[in-house]
Design a protein. Structure first.
Length: 232
């Protein structure tokens, strides 16, 4: 049981960090429509994605492991898709700019030529199709990772601690969400600003080192969680 908990937290946290790199994040520049991506920081969007996924997984407690993990993944993907969709609505109908990026001449998904639609002095605006799909892929990995960690923590508490279902659910959800807080900051620091998804040149430079860093932090987190859960 301990070994299963340890491995699940390590794998789950690493998947979260891996997934963060896929999410198109533009931060303040995206809010000013001077770059493509979600107009917020990687930690904020990741934590929102994580909470939604964990709540979805929590609603499926009592079901099989696969159902719990898939529910969390779907919840995270829906949250990310809805966020990016409304971000695009605001960019197009509120700000009045097209969805385009200067990082690639044509959108790899739609083959839409973008260069002539990018405003001078910017690297793009909104969330183009390839970046949108990249964000959903990132949410998939993050949702699977968070739900896997949640499932392992939930099972451990259920089998080793004499707590009511309310306390078991609450503690499991809180500890799982905390992983998103920590890993999101590590991944965000590695990204170092804005990123437009898996087609961004920065992605290829950062993904290996970022995932490895999250893996190392995951080992430390797994040990800390074992100590915490052992004291309940």
């Amino acid at each position: 049981m301990i070994f299963e908990l340890l491995i699940s937290i390590i794998i789950g946290s690493t998947l979260i960090g891996f997934g963060v790199h896929f999410i198109p994040v533009g931060g303040a520049p995206a809010a000013l429509s001077t770059t493509a991506g979600v107009p917020t920081g990687a930690p904020m969007i990741t934590i929102g994605m994580g909470i939604t996924g964990i709540l979805s997984a929590l609603s499926m407690t009592g079901q099989s492991e696969i159902v719990i993990i898939l529910s969390g993944a779907i919840g995270s993907m829906l949250m990310m898709a809805v966020t990016m969709f409304f971000s695009n609505m605001i960019h197009v109908y509120g700000v009045g700019v097209p969805l385009a990026s200067s990082n690639f001449e044509r959108d790899p998904i739609t083959d839409f030529k973008q260069e002539e639609y990018v405003s001078p002095g910017t690297t793009g605006h909104g969330i183009p199709t390839v970046s949108f799909i990249s964000g959903v892929i990132g949410a998939l990995f993050g949702g699977i990772g968070g739900s896997l960690a949640f499932w392992a923590i939930y099972n451990y508490i259920l089998g080793n601690c004499h707590l009511s279902s309310i306390y078991t659910n609450s503690i499991s959800a809180i500890l799982a969400v905390m992983l998103f807080f920590i890993i999101a900051v590590v991944a965000s620091y590695n990204i170092g600003g804005t990123i437009q998804g898996f087609y961004d040149k920065k992605f290829r430079k950062k993904i290996v080192s970022g995932t490895f860093s999250c893996f190392l932090i995951s080992i430390f987190l797994a040990i800390i969680y074992m100590i915490i859960l052992g004291g309940i």
